[in-house]
Design a protein around this ligand. Structure first.
Ligand code: GDP
Ligand code: GDP
Length: 435
C-alpha cells in the first residue's frame, strides 16, 4: 500500500478553504458548513487531477472550541507541517494581509515544505490587483483564484502537482537485502538447536571481519526459498558455560541482537513454566519496536496436563502481546519448524503496514462518533486528526484537544488492529495535545 502525497490547506476562517477544497476534489455537495460550531465529519479527501491522485487535508473544520484564532492557526500549521508534502496557504485577497497571516508565514518558512499561496476571492479582473499585493508575504507568486466560481483553479491545480513529490516508483523488487532475524530466549530453551535445524548444511557464515573485534557474527540461511540474515549466531552457538557473571553479557547480547533485527523469534521452553525472564525479553522486543514471533519449543515434551497450565500461563504472561503469532515446534526433531517462515512473513507484513491518511481519518471519525472519549471534569478530549508518519513499527500521531486517557488509547489500539491488522507488530501511538 503506497501512501499518496498529502496537500494540507490552511488559512484563517472564512477565507474560503472549504469552498476551495470542494473545488479541488471536484464535488459540489456541501462540505461548507454554515451551522456554527458544527465540526465537519471528515477532514481529508482524495483528489484527482491530470491522472494523479493526492490527499487533501482540510484544516478548516477543526476544533470549534479552540480558544483563540492564533492558537487555532498555529495548530493548523503544525498539523500541516507534520503530515503534508505541500501546503496550500489560502488568503482572502479582499481582506489582504493580516497579522495572523504574517505569523503563519514565519511558521511555514521554518517548515521548509513547499508552499503554494492562493489569493482567493479574485472573482474578476479587478481583483488581480489586490492579489498582487500578496507578494509582500514573501512566499513567492500569489495565485489568483476564485474558489466560488472556479477562476484560476486549473493553474492552481497544476502548481499543486508541481509542488507535490512525484509518485513513488512501486518497489517491485525487495528492498535492502535479506530480512534480519534474531533468535532470542533464556539459556537452554533450544535456540542453538533451532538454528542448527534451520541452517542444516547450507549455511554461509558471514564474518564481519572488517577489523573491528566486537562485531557479532551473522549467518545467512535460506528458508522458504529466500535468504534471511540470522543475527549474532555466534552468541547462540558458543556454549558459554554460563557462570553467574555472564548473565549480564548474555542479556546485553540479547538486547543488541533485538536492536539489530527487524523481527525477533522468541523461544519459550513449553515444557517448563514461563518465567519472569521470558516476559522481560518479550517486553524488551515490544519496547524496541520489533516484529515478534513466539515459538513454543520442546513441544514433544508437552502432555495434556502441561498444556492445561501452559494455556493459563499464556493468558497471564502474554496479555501484552496478544497480537504475536505463536507457533509450537520441536527444534530437536524439526517438527513444525517449517511453519516459522509463514509466521515471520506475517509479522513483517504487520510491522510494515501503512494506513493511508484518508482511511485512517475516516476510521477515526467512525470510532469517535461511536465511542466518544468519556467526559472528565466537564471536558471531553477530542481527536482532531490522525496520521501514520512511519512504519516498522507502525507509529501513529493523533492531534487532540485535551489529553486522551490511557484506557482510551488502548481502545484505539485494539480497534486499529481489528480494522487494519498489524499482526506480529507493536503499535506506537503518540498524541500532540492542544489545551
Ligand atoms: P473557510 O472558513 O476558510 O473554510 O471558508 P468557506 O469556504 O466556508 O468560505 C467562507 C465564505 O466565503 C463563504 O460564504 C463562501 O461562499 C465565500 N467564498 C469562498 N470562496 C469565495 C470566492 O472565491 N469568492 C467569493 N466572492 N466568495 C467566496
Ligand atoms: P539454547 O541454550 O537456547 O541454545 O538451547 P539448546 O539448543 O542448547 O538446547 C538446550 C537443551 O534442550 C539441549 O539439551 C537440547 O537438546 C534440548 N532441546 C532443544 N530443543 C528441544 C526439543 O524440541 N525437544 C526436546 N525434548 N529437547 C530439546
Amino acid at each position: 500500500m503506497s501512501e499518496q502525497p498529502v496537500l494540507a490547506v490552511i488559512g484563517r476562517p472564512n477565507v474560503g478553504k472549504s469552498t476551495l477544497v470542494n473545488r479541488i476534489i471536484g464535488r459540489r455537495e456541501a462540505v461548507v458548513e454554515d451551522t456554527p460550531g458544527v465540526t465537519r465529519d471528515r477532514v481529508s479527501y482524495d483528489a484527482l487531477w491530470n491522472g494523479r491522485t493526492f490527499t487533501v487535508v482540510d484544516t478548516g473544520g477543526w476544533d470549534p472550541d479552540a480558544k483563540g484564532m492564533a492558537e487555532r492557526i498555529a495548530q493548523q500549521a503544525e498539523v500541516a507541517m507534520t503530515v503534508a508534502d505541500a501546503i496550500l496557504f489560502v488568503v482572502d485577497s479582499r481582506v489582504g494581509i493580516t497579522d495572523i497571516d504574517e505569523r503563519v508565514v514565519k511558521l511555514l518558512r521554518a517548515s521548509k515544505k513547499p508552499v503554494i499561496l492562493a489569493a482567493n476571492k479574485v472573482d474578476d479582473q479587478r481583483g488581480e490587483l489586490e492579489a498582487a499585493a500578496l507578494w509582500n508575504l514573501g512566499l513567492g507568486e500569489p495565485m489568483p483564484i476564485s474558489a466560488l466560481h472556479g477562476r484560476g483553479s486549473g493553474d492552481l491545480l497544476d502548481a499543486i502537482l508541481d509542488a507535490l513529490p512525484d509518485p513513488p516508483e512501486e518497489d517491485l523488487d525487495a528492498p535492502e537485502g535479506p530480512r534480519r532475524v534474531a533468535i532470542v530466549g533464556k539459556p537452554n530453551v533450544g535456540k542453538s538447536s533451532l538454528l542448527n535445524k534451520l541452517a542444516r548444511e547450507e549455511r554461509v557464515v558471514v564474518d564481519n571481519a572488517s577489523g573491528t573485534t566486537v562485531d557479532p557474527v551473522d549467518e545467512i540461511i535460506e528458508l522458504g526459498g529466500r535468504e534471511w540474515t540470522f543475527i549474532d549466531t555466534a552468541g547462540i552457538r558458543r556454549r558459554v558455560k554460563e557462570a553467574s557473571g555472564h548473565e549480564y553479557y548474555a542479556s546485553l547480547r540479547t538486547s543488541t541482537a533485538i536492536e539489530r533485527a527487524e523481527v525477533a523469534v522468541m523461544i519459550v521452553d513449553a515444557s517448563e513454566p514461563m518465567s519472569e525472564q521470558d516476559v522481560r525479553i518479550i517486553n524488551s522486543i515490544e519496547e524496541t519496536g520489533r516484529a515478534l514471533v513466539i515459538a513454543f519449543n520442546k513441544w514433544d515434551l508437552v502432555d495434556e496436563e502441561r498444556r492445561y497450565y501452559l494455556e493459563r500461563e499464556i493468558d497471564r504472561e502474554l496479555v501484552q502481546v496478544p497480537w504475536a503469532p505463536r507457533i509450537n515446534i520441536a527444534a530437536l526433531t524439526g517438527w513444525h519448524v517449517d511453519r516459522l517462515v509463514r509466521a515471520l512473513d506475517a509479522a513483517l507484513e504487520g510491522w510494515e503496514t501503512r494506513v493511508p491518511t484518508g482511511a485512517l481519518n475516516s476510521f477515526l471519525g467512525r470510532l469517535v462518533s461511536e465511542h466518544p472519549h468519556p467526559v472528565r471534569g466537564g471536558k471531553q478530549p477530542k481527536i482532531l486528526f490522525g496520521t501514520q508518519p512511519s512504519t516498522a513499527p507502525p507509529t501513529f500521531v493523533l492531534f487532540t484537544s485535551g489529553k486522551l486517557e490511557a484506557g482510551y488509547l488502548r481502545f484505539i489500539e485494539r480497534r486499529l488492529r481489528e480494522e487494519f491488522g498489524f499482526v506480529g507488530s507493536p503499535i506506537h501511538i503518540q498524541q500532540r495535545v492542544r489545551e
